[in-house]
Design a protein around this ligand. Structure first.
Ligand code: NAP
Length: 335
């Protein structure tokens, strides 16, 4: 038996911040299953800032999407029909690319069966997936903070940032956290343990960093790039180290790949800027995920999600993510 699925497609390349009219919905007839294939109904869809990058025409790790093509991304779903013995009907599965649609047919080998015992299934799109691995890699492998060091995390109330803040605190660092609202600031300081908060929308970020770290910043976990990276570089100690995780402040610009305008500061101060991504830490991922699961179980880590419901919420939620509408991980739940 075949059935229909709805998929979100790109209609127009966004100019600046994505708007609802840049996207459309396509209905497709799913093909009958071939041997080794399964049909999946998605239950959770991930929304991530990197998706903004393949909407541009610029080449990158993910090739640019053409107009009319379906967006992709992480998804968790349930197998509803199967021609693959390893994924029987009822299996919960993760796909790194079948997001932005409510159902699909795929080869079983493209998917990963999920262990429901590890925690809520949507955690595999966040703390037990890309997000957790990224936060761990940035803190544990790249920055490796020591007690008493001053560590700045930007985008701190988001998915990666909120985990990075807590991992840095667990290692005894003094954490400066920045985000875009007073409410996010209260969460960061009162619940996640950040030592100080900067609301970059209301305060002068550079001045606040100098006030909070008059002797300079040792380590910076950069989720934002642009003005945040420049302000942090100006405030780094000699020999300071920066983990380059993302540059969301630049994703709406004509050239999100541009570097900081004060790059020469790296020479003057002997800074180390180390770019990294979760894919480079695939080998360490199982260890990181076990570590995060242990922290969650012990109550030593807070994981928060912003959940919106329904297929029609996908596009508005994506636009909202890029404007700061989420605290923690942005997810769409399908029933
Ligand atoms: N290297 C990797 O492997 C990897 C993996 C995952 C994510 N990332 C990167 O890590 C960063 C965070 O990703 P995430 O998934 O955790 O997203 P997120 O932080 O949960 O959501 C994005 C947040 O960015 C903030 N933001 C938007 N525009 C901004 C601007 N112009 N200046 C400052 N902040 C802005 C918003 O919060 P405010 O209210 O604070 O503005 C928004 O909530 C992104 O740059 C992403 O591309 C990298």
């Amino acid at each position: 038996m075949s059935e229909r699925a709805r998929e979100v497609i790109l209609l127009e390349r966004p100019e600046g911040a994505p708007q609802a009219h840049d996207f459309g919905v396509k209905e497709v007839k799913l093909p009958p299953l071939a041997s080794g294939q399964v049909r999946v109904h998605n239950t959770w869809l991930s929304l991530d800032p990197y998706m903004r990058l393949y909407l541009t025409g610029l080449p990158g790790a993910h090739p640019p999407l053409e107009k009319g093509e379906t967006l992709d991304g992480g998804a968790v779903g349930e197998v509803v029909a199967s021609e693959a013995a390893e994924l029987p009907v009822g299996t919960a599965v993760f796909s790194p690319r079948h997001g932005w649609r409510d159902a699909y047919v795929a080869d079983a080998k493209e998917l990963r069966a999920l262990d429901p015992g590890l925690g809520p299934l949507q955690y595999h799109l966040g703390i037990f997936g890309l997000i957790g691995v990224t936060a761990c890699a940035g803190i544990e492998a790249v920055l490796d903070p020591k007690p008493g060091q001053t560590l700045f995390v930007s985008g701190a109330a988001g998915a990666v940032g909120s985990v990075a803040v807590q991992l840095a605190k667990l290692r005894g660092a003094r954490v400066i956290a920045s985000a875009g609202s007073a409410e996010k600031g209260r969460w960061l300081t009162e619940e996640l343990g950040a030592d100080v908060f900067v609301n970059y929308r209301a305060d002068d970020l550079g001045r606040a960093l100098r006030d909070f770290a008059p002797d300079g910043i040792d380590l910076y976990f950069d989720n934002v790039g642009g003005d945040h990276l420049e302000a942090a570089m100006d405030c780094m100690k000699v020999g300071g180290r920066i983990a380059l995780c993302g540059s969301i402040a630049q994703y709406d610009s004509d050239n999100y790949r541009a570097g900081p305008g004060n790059f020469f500061t790296a020479i003057e101060k002997g800074l180390t800027l180390e770019g990294f991504n979760a894919g480079l830490y695939a080998k360490q991922a199982p260890t990181y995920i076990a570590q995060l699961a242990g922290l969650l179980k012990a109550g030593d880590l807070i994981w928060r999600e912003t959940v919106v419901d329904g297929f029609n919420s996908l596009v508005p939620a994506f636009c909202d993510l890029l404007r700061g509408g989420n605290t923690g991980k942005m997810l769409v739940r399908l029933t």
